[in-house]
Design a protein around this ligand. Structure first.
Ligand SMILES: O=C(O)[C@H](O)COP(=O)(O)O
Length: 206
């Protein structure tokens, strides 16, 4: 029997809207973000999907997104595991700064390197490689065993913690994963085999 996994980046946050580096800071969703999360739940419901277990980060925007999706699915009591291993990458000294102002201060290219290189961390923060170094052991120790046990799993997390996971699931190179932008509130549906190898994946936009 195929295993089911859905990954979803949180809906638009207050700091996404203000164009601020966020990382481990903890803004909540905007009204638009709330709507995006509800739409994600309706999309999953329309496909007839239900879940046995949910994982999320220690941050409000991901937890709130999960709660809104579960409400749409009629699954508000679903067991939910929160862990900071699934948090957004730590943006270090950039956290709270405006992304356009940072480009003016440090230059377009440097800011792009901090945001989208694989292994160059922003000052005081985590690169995607560093993020993967905490997300993937968590996947191996917790989420993958639950999946192998046949649980249908929903993960509500963040652009870069999910990128780290997607890179492994889809066997992408650092170049490939860095070009992959995750839209807020768009679920990605994976079907996996009994060993956790991906059989198919589909973005559930719109
Ligand atoms: O933490 C943030 O600022 C965003 O959620 C992700 O940022 P990015 O688009 O620079 O990866």
């Amino acid at each position: 029997m195929d295993r089911l996994l859905v990954l979803c980046r949180h809906g638009e946050s207050e700091w996404n809207k203000l164009n601020l580096f966020t990382g481990w800071k903890d803004p909540d969703l905007t009204e638009k973000g709330v709507e995006e999360a509800k739409a994600a739940g309706r999309r999953l419901k329309a496909l007839g999907l239900t879940f046995d277990l949910a994982y999320t980060s220690a941050l409000t925007r991901a937890q709130h997104t999960l709660a809104l999706i579960l409400a749409e699915l009629g699954q508000t009591g679903l067991p939910e595991i929160r862990d900071q291993a699934l948090n957004e990458r730590d943006y270090g000294d950039l956290s709270g700064l405006n992304k356009d102002e940072a480009r003016v201060k440090w230059g377009e290219e440097q800011v792009h390197i901090w945001r989208r290189s694989y292994d160059v961390p922003p000052p005081g923060g985590e690169s995607l490689k560093d993020t993967a170094a905490r997300v993937l052991p968590y996947w191996d120790a917790h989420i993958l065993p639950d999946l192998k046990a046949g649980k249908r799993i929903l993960v509500a997390a963040h652009g870069n913690s999910l990128r780290a996971l997607i890179m492994k699931l889809e066997k992408l190179s650092p170049e490939q994963i860095l070009k992959r932008e995750l839209a807020t509130g768009v679920p990605i549906l994976y079907r996996l085999d009994a060993e956790g190898e991906v059989l198919s994946h589909e973005d559930l936009a719109g």
